[in-house]
Design a protein around this ligand. Structure first.
Ligand SMILES: [Ca+2]
Ligand SMILES: [Ca+2]
Length: 172
């Protein structure tokens, strides 16, 4: 059984994933994902739901209106994000994968703790970033190390909406 298998397609890495618009290439990354949340962090409704953390390394806020997200890359436009989802400059934004109608940052699907994928696309359909992860342990995330740029690693100290720790064995 393969447990910790990551297949990454990062915009910053180039490659054969299709052309990226210069204005979006490298401007947004999937930074951390949690598919089994028992007590790590709660949404505004006090619910410990699955989540994805986006990071904007740029100097300007990113409004994600018209971007699409999915947990199945065969269906890139599973959800088209409405107005109001903003990733602040050099900041983080959590998207809750809870299949609940609780606001613009709540997506109509959950993440499978047995293994799943998540991807985000620009309004023109260009892939921004994607991650595929294996079996998730409760309250353990998959986080880019170093923060915002590195490869995904299993992370015992999730940092919801904040910089990933210097190592996943330590809180930043
Ligand atoms: Ca919720
Ligand atoms: Ca984080």
């Amino acid at each position: 059984m393969r447990s910790w298998l990551f297949t990454l397609t990062a915009a910053a890495c180039g490659g054969g994933g299709g052309a990226l618009d210069a204005s979006t290439a490298g401007a947004l990354v999937i930074n951390e994902v949690m598919a089994s949340n028992d007590a790590a962090c709660a949404d505004a409704f006090g619910e410990f739901d699955d989540w994805v953390e986006l990071y904007n390394p740029g100097d300007a806020d990113l409004e994600l209106t018209g971007y699409t997200v999915t947990d199945d890359t065969a269906m890139p436009a599973k959800l088209t994000l409405p107005a109001g989802v903003v990733v602040p400059a050099r900041g983080y934004k959590l998207l809750w994968c809870d299949d609940q109608v609780q606001g613009v940052d709540h997506l109509p699907f959950k993440l499978d703790a047995a293994g799943e994928q998540f991807a985000i696309y620009a309004p023109d359909g260009a892939l921004i970033d994607s991650v595929a992860f294996g079996m998730a342990t409760a309250d353990t995330s998959f986080a880019r190390l170093p923060d915002g740029a590195g490869e995904f690693a299993s992370c015992a100290h999730p940092t919801c909406g904040a910089a990933n720790g210097a190592t996943c064995a330590a809180v930043p």
